[in-house]
Design a protein around this ligand. Structure first.
Ligand code: FES
Ligand SMILES: [Fe+2]
Length: 442
């Protein structure tokens, strides 16, 4: 593997193409990023009752996340401690325990080994069941969004989210909070996991071009963006990157704008009615973010569009493939009918067969697959748009750029990627707190 400072240069603006292709870089990502970061698992609303569980992936590790007797949530690696078989073959459900299909070891919903066949006759009661629990995963929730990490040294989830949490509160901390509609849709895309992450974190640029035809069909107010017709850097929106690697772009007043017809009407009314409450609770900045449309990513591989309300995980499957998981994000207090309308719209636009998502599928796959060519792969790629125009806003966390067509969040993502790939300990990784100090001249 080339040294990291050759893979990412100029503060994230130049990337070596190898990072989208090379197996050794991918394995290093598994070690330095996916085994260390907080990774999204599920939402509390999807496993509300004792025994409810979901199976998912953390990097390439199969894991189960389950609601416990005491209401807490635990997660463990889905691999039997006898010979390694998977103990759970289901996507989710409700269970009292998991019984391994190979030799019948039984694990509780907390991952503890509770029973083994022939314990007396064949093991002579000498097996130490306490030592043979499934590998446990650290779990924390932020406003109902459940994350796990393999790294005991990792900071709290809240600190990991850094300045991004302040922004996400605009919708996560609304009265009643948010929830996800699951189970997630799943599909395979033959691209590197970073391609869709960088697309969601800050790629406002592609929208008017890649989605020109879909925007026309979708028909909501955002359809005016087709063909890059009305872009105005001063008034259109904002882009943000926080040192923790997360980021987003926002289109002001755009939350409902990709929904057409009656969904737009109903959702816009909901937003209008709620806005005074948001302003009262969180101030006028967050009210503005609440009413905006976001494309966003939580480093490393969770993305969402607030407004359109698609919520995604890009689960890596080797350097050239991912499994995409798609949920729908809604406010808990929305009427059921509105939730269902948003959910259906999400499937139509950003589901497996979504009309916008399928425009992107091809782009994502080719951005990866062109690097199959040895000579192609010797080159670099460029994310220099708006470089040097980021600024510190005294009232907003992170580094801010004007307009929603900009590549500042992508650069932030690759700066973070480089920090992790250099193997820095948590104490040496950049944080929002350090950036805040700069604002006050510290
Ligand atoms: S591998 Fe699970 S019981 Fe043997
Ligand atoms: Fe897109």
């Amino acid at each position: 593997m080339k040294p990291v400072n050759k893979l990412i240069q100029q503060d994230g603006a130049i990337q070596d193409r190898a990072i989208f292709w090379d197996e050794d870089i991918y394995q290093k990502e598994m070690e330095e990023i996916f085994a260390r970061c907080w990774l999204f698992l599920t939402h509390e609303s999807i496993i509300p009752d004792e025994g409810d569980y979901q199976s998912t992936m953390m990097g390439e590790d199969s894991v189960v996340v389950a609601r416990q007797k005491d209401g807490s949530i635990k997660a463990f690696v889905n691999s039997c401690t006898h010979r390694g078989n998977a103990v759970c073959f289901s996507d989710g459900g409700n269970a009292k325990s998991f019984t391994c299909p190979y030799h019948g070891w039984v694990f509780g919903m907390d991952g503890n080994l509770v029973d083994v066949p022939l314990e007396k006759q064949a093991y002579h009661n000498e097996i130490d069941k306490d030592a043979l629990h499934l590998k446990k995963i650290r779990v924390e929730s932020y406003k109902g969004f459940v994350f796990g990490t393999f790294d005991d040294e990792a900071p709290s989830l809240k600190d990991y989210l850094g300045g991004m949490a302040w922004y996400m509160d605009s919708f996560m901390d609304v009265p009643g909070g948010c929830e996800l509609i699951g189970p997630p849709m799943k599909s395979i895309l033959d691209c590197n996991w970073k391609n869709p992450t960088e697309n969601f974190i800050g790629d406002g640029y592609h929208v008017g071009w890649a989605h020109a035809s879909a925007l026309e069909i979708a028909g909501g107010p955002l359809a005016i963006a087709k063909g890059n017709a009305v872009y105005d850097a001063e008034t259109s929106g904002l882009q943000v990157t926080v040192p923790e690697g997360h980021g987003f772009g926002v289109i002001w007043e755009g939350a409902a704008a990709l929904h057409g017809g009656p969904v737009f009407e109903a959702y816009q009314k909901w937003l209008d009615d709620r806005s005074p409450l948001i302003r009262e609770k969180m101030g006028e900045h967050r009210e503005k973010f609440y009413r905006g449309h976001w494309d966003a990513a939580i480093f490393p591989n969770c993305s969402f569009l607030y407004g359109t309300n698609t919520f995604k995980m890009w689960q890596p499957r080797g350097p050239h493939s991912i499994e995409v998981l798609t949920w729908t994000l809604v406010e808990k207090e929305m009427p059921d009918q509105l939730k269902q309308m948003i959910h259906t719209d999400n499937m139509l636009t950003f589901g497996t067969a979504g009309i916008l998502e399928s425009d992107d599928g091809e782009n994502m796959e080719q951005c990866t697959q062109t690097n199959r060519g040895y000579s192609t792969r010797q080159g670099t790629l460029y994310l220099g748009m708006g470089k040097g125009h980021e600024y510190l806003d005294p009232e907003l966390p992170g580094l801010v750029s004007k307009g929603w067509v900009n590549e500042a969040p992508q650069r932030g993502m690759y700066r973070r990627w480089a920090e992790f790939m250099e193997g820095k300990p948590w104490s040496e990784l950049s944080t929002t707190a350090q950036l805040e100090q700069k604002k006050v001249g510290g």
